[in-house]
Design a protein around this ligand. Structure first.
Ligand code: DC
Length: 239
């Protein structure tokens, strides 16, 4: 397979789901960029709400009412430009801070709160609708995009890879970003988050029945992009 970019413009929505470390963000951003489409990182929204909860001095497992009140009050602004993804919380760019250890450890607990999910799913749908008016196409990444946020998406892809492979990728990313990364600790965190994300009562992580499942173990980013290009052509999403 070659890494040729999409020939033409992406029209419509591609839902990209799967656990962390599957290459989802890299692939989603590049595919959106190459197709002249918008890009939405829904994980960043759950991370930003988690940061707001921590900044409010609450533990991640505070009462639902307390967490929801913070989530409602948090002013989030999500950029949808794949070349410059960023998220603001109350007017401050928090793109770097939401990737740190404190937020990463707490985010699965906050994102399991059903009322927080309802709030963010609605905001995600609004953002996607706006982006579609502006650019005509969007790549949206998360855990429940194909199953809950956009059940009618014309292309749903679920990326997967063994936990060890995903942990090694995450550790490499952390080191590149200047964060300390102990492989055993990262693997333990990946397994803990997989468990929490896939066993929560509301919108657990799972592939939608009509999603195309792609195991990215041993596949380069270019190879995954080539497969997405193929699938988008098949579904008539690339002009
Ligand atoms: O993709 P990420 O690692 O930045 O996501 C952070 C957390 O947010 C992850 O533990 C699961 C949660 N999440 C979610 O529950 N639903 C989404 N659509 C996106 C992320």
């Amino acid at each position: 397979m070659t890494g040729r970019p999409p020939k033409g413009k992406l029209l419509g929505v591609v839902a990209m789901d799967g656990p962390s470390g599957t290459g989802k963000s890299t692939v989603s951003r590049r595919f959106a960029r190459d197709g002249g489409a918008a890009y939405l990182d829904t994980g960043a929204m759950y991370r930003a709400v988690t940061l707001a909860v921590l900044r409010a001095g609450l533990p991640a497992d505070a009462s639902t009412d307390a967490v929801l009140a913070v989530a409602r009050a948090a002013r989030l602004r999500s950029g949808t430009d794949p070349c410059a993804p960023h998220i603001e919380l109350d007017g401050e760019d928090v793109e770097a801070e939401i990737r740190g250890g404190e937020v990463t450890r707490a985010v699965s607990v906050v994102s399991a709160v059903p009322a927080v999910r309802r709030l963010l799913v609605q905001r995600q749908r609004d953002l996607i609708a706006d982006a579609l008016v502006e650019t005509g196409g969007a790549v949206v990444e998360g855990r429940d995009i194909g199953s809950v946020v956009l059940p009618d998406a014309p292309l749903k892809v679920y990326l997967t890879a063994p936990a060890e492979v995903r942990a090694a990728r995450r550790a490499a990313q952390d080191r590149k970003a200047g964060r300390i990364a102990d492989l055993d600790a990262v693997l333990a965190d990946v397994r803990r988050r997989d468990e929490l994300d896939s066993t929560r009562a509301t919108s657990p992580l799972h592939a939608a029945p009509d999603a195309v499942v792609l195991d990215t173990d041993g596949l380069s980013v270019d190879a995954v992009l080539a497969r997405l290009t193929e699938l988008s052509h098949e579904r008539g999403l690339l002009t």
